[in-house]
Ligand binder design. Structure first.
Ligand code: AMP
Length: 397
């Protein structure tokens, strides 16, 4: 399926290996609060350590305002990584991420040792895909491994630029796994194939809906984006989220679904509130919402409807919560969908971002087939787009 070389296709023993990882993790008061992405990169790093490579890791973190911005230092990540690998990970908290001291330490590294560079975005060449910076990264690389799925939809110096200066650019195990699940579901899904789309905005997911209508058997549209669809077919949606400029698009999607024989399912009742706050939920009887209220979550009839639609599913892709799950009173629908997916005998794929956060919050991560580490990148794949970070890798012979 993946027509690019992977870590298994190259010799790494005794080699200098530069790995782009995605350590863009949440940090509060100097402590990493969600280690999912670090865990995701461990199979690749442990493989390189055992193989006796000299491994240099690089990642961006957030959006630093200037080089050396301490709020965006990868120091807390280096600490977690050292603990997880049970070895010292070399790390230099530098403004200039590849200065002489870093290069000297790299020269001294022994096979099996690991170094983590400071935040790649401390260098403004990173996001500009600057060839000078890319060439500097390449000094660490007999082999380049891209294991940063969360960054694969961007063309930056540390994931795309570098490939111009290295002979072998290969996918790491995390990238390989992400593509196996996401491309696998899109190209050869076990059927019925059901997509659940939620989240705040229709406009964010226009291309996704377009593309999925050619692939899925059923599409459930929920969350904040559902109200534009409901309005388009004539329901009263009160003060719920509405993208008035997307009404025609919504009508068009509903027609296209009919033409293509895809079942397009919208919620049929709601938990509503007068204000956007964790108020006590009031249920509607049907699709109509009182004029001074807004839809915050799906109601019990919709939960039942979605459960029925999912009962025979063999592949499910879910992107976007079905309600305002950050507020406990309006997390009920999202929780119900997560519970249903957890029990299904199906390949269940969670497309990163907020739905991944919800699943983790509910403690159901272990029950899903795959939770993507890349919200933006997985959406791009669902749109049917190519990811520059993957395209740049060396083709399989
Ligand atoms: P997205 O980033 O597009 O996946 O949107 C996720 C956000 O959509 C979450 O923060 C949810 O709180 C929000 N959301 C889900 N349902 C609703 C709703 N009914 N009204 C407003 N926001 C919603």
């Amino acid at each position: 399926m993946l027509n690019k070389k992977t870590l298994r296709d190259v010799v790494v023993a005794g080699k200098n290996v530069f790995v782009r990882v995605d350590f863009n993790v949440p940090i509060e008061h100097g402590t990493v609060t969600d280690v999912t992405r670090i865990d995701g990169a461990l199979p690749t790093i442990e493989y390189l350590v055992e193989a006796g490579a000299k491994t240099v890791l690089a990642s961006h973190l957030g959006r630093p305002k200037q080089a050396g911005d301490p709020e965006y230092s990868l120091a807390p990540v280096a600490k977690v990584l050292s603990e997880k690998l049970d070895m010292e990970v070399l790390f230099f908290p530098k403004e200039d991420i590849i200065d002489d001291e870093v290069m000297a330490a790299f020269e001294d590294m022994k096979p099996g040792q690991v170094m983590l560079l400071e935040n790649t975005r401390y260098d403004e060449g990173e996001e500009k895909n600057d060839p000078e910076l890319a060439r500097k990264f390449a000094r660490f690389a007999d082999v380049f491994v891209d294991d940063a799925f969360g960054t694969a939809h961007r063309a930056h110096a540390s994931n795309v630029g570098i490939t111009e200066f290295v002979d072998q650019s290969v996918a790491g195990f995390l990238v390989e796994k992400e593509l196996d699940f996401l491309d696998g579901a899109l190209e050869q899904p076990k059927r019925p194939f059901v997509a659940i789309l939620g989240g705040a905005k229709v406009s964010d997911k226009i291309k996704v809906i377009n593309s999925l209508l050619d692939k899925v058997d059923k599409i459930i549209i929920s969350g904040g984006m559902a109200y534009t669809f409901l309005k388009a077919i004539g329901y009263e949606i009160g003060t719920s989220l509405l993208e008035a400029d997307q009404l025609d698009y919504a009508r068009n999607m509903i027609d296209q679904a009919k033409e293509k024989g895809v079942e397009l399912i919208l919620p049929i009742d709601f938990a509503v509130s007068k204000e956007f706050a964790n108020t006590e939920a009031v249920m509607t009887n049907d699709e109509n919402i009182p004029e001074d209220m807004m839809g915050m979550d799906i109601g019990p009839k919709s939960i039942e409807l979605f459960n029925q639609a999912l009962a025979d599913a063999r592949t499910v892709v879910w992107n976007g919560p079905v309600g305002v799950f950050e507020m406990p009173n309006y997390a009920v629908g999202t929780r119900a969908v997560a519970d249903t997916l957890a029990k299904l005998d199906a390949t269940t794929i969670i497309g990163g971002g907020d739905s991944a956060a919800a699943i983790t919050q509910f403690g159901l991560a272990e029950n899903m087939s795959h939770i993507s580490t890349g919200g933006g990148a997985s959406l791009k794949l669902l749109e049917g787009a190519k990811l520059p970070g993957i395209e740049a890798l060396t083709d399989k012979e």
